[in-house]
Write a protein that binds this ligand. Structure first.
Ligand code: GRF
Length: 203
C-alpha cells in the first residue's frame, strides 16, 4: 500500500490510481487541491493537513506523519507536494519516500524547470522519479524519461509533453518499489530483473 501526498491538481496521483496501485489514502496540505475531488470519486480516503495551522515546520511534519502512519503504508509518494520537508520527516521515511520531479535531475532542481531548461538551451529534457533525501530534489534516481526539445518550443508545450511521461514513469517506479524490485547501493538504484530505468519518449 502507498499514501500519496498532493498540493494541487493531482494528475500524477491519478496516474498511480489508474495504474491499479493500492493507494490507501491521499493527503493534501491544501483543502482546495483539485486532486482531492478525484480521490473522493474513487472512494479513496482523503485528509487535509493544512500547514497554516502549525507553528513550525516540525510541528506540521509531525502531524502529517501521524496522518500518514494511520494507514501503515509501505511507500509514501510525493506527487506535486509543494512543501519542503524537515530532515526528521525524510529520515522517518528513509528509502520509502519517492518524488517525481519535472526535469532530468540533477539538472534543474527547484521550480520553473521547463522555462529554465529552455532558457539554458538544453536539447534533452524530461522527468525523474527519485528517492527523497534531505536535500531538495536530490536522492537516488529510480527512473527517468527523456525527450528531445523541439525548436521554438514554449514552456507550456514542453511541460505538457513531460507531464505525459511523468504519468508513465511514476506508476512504474511505485510498482517496482511495492514488488520489492528496487535495490539501492551507494546511492544508485538498480531494478531486479533489469527492467529499463530510462524511457526515451518519441513524442
Ligand atoms: C508535476 O509536474 C510534478 O513533477 C511536480 O509537480 C507537478 C504536479 O502535477 N512535482 P500534478 O499535481 O501531479 O498534476
Amino acid at each position: 500500500m502507498l499514501v500519496v501526498l498532493i498540493s494541487g491538481r493531482g494528475s500524477n496521483m491519478q496516474a498511480l490510481v489508474e495504474a491499479g496501485l493500492p493507494v490507501a489514502a491521499v493527503i493534501s496540505n491544501r483543502a482546495d487541491a483539485g486532486g482531492l475531488e478525484f480521490a473522493r470519486s474513487r472512494r479513496i480516503p482523503t485528509a487535509v493537513a493544512d500547514h497554516a495551522g502549525f507553528a513550525s515546520r516540525e510541528a506540521f511534519d509531525e502531524a502529517l506523519a501521524r496522518e500518514i502512519d494511520r494507514h501503515r503504508p509501505r511507500l509514501v509518494a510525493l506527487a506535486g507536494f509543494m512543501r519542503v520537508l524537515t530532515p526528521g520527516f525524510v529520515a522517518r521515511y528513509h528509502n520509502r519516500l519517492l518524488n517525481i520531479h519535472p526535469s532530468l535531475l540533477p539538472a534543474f532542481p527547484g521550480l520553473d524547470t521547463h522555462a529554465r531548461a529552455l532558457a539554458a538551451g538544453v536539447k534533452l529534457h524530461g522527468c525523474t522519479v527519485h528517492f527523497v533525501t534531505a536535500e531538495l530534489d536530490s536522492g537516488p534516481i529510480v527512473i527517468q524519461a527523456a525527450l528531445g526539445v523541439r525548436p521554438g518550443e514554449q514552456p507550456a508545450e514542453l511541460a505538457a509533453r513531460v507531464l505525459r511521461q511523468e504519468h508513465v514513469i511514476y506508476p512504474r517506479a511505485a510498482r517496482w518499489f511495492l514488488e520489492d524490485k528496487l535495490v539501492i547501493q551507494d546511492a544508485v538504484v538498480r531494478v531486479k530483473g533489469d527492467d529499463a530505468q530510462l524511457v526515451l519518449a518519441a513524442d
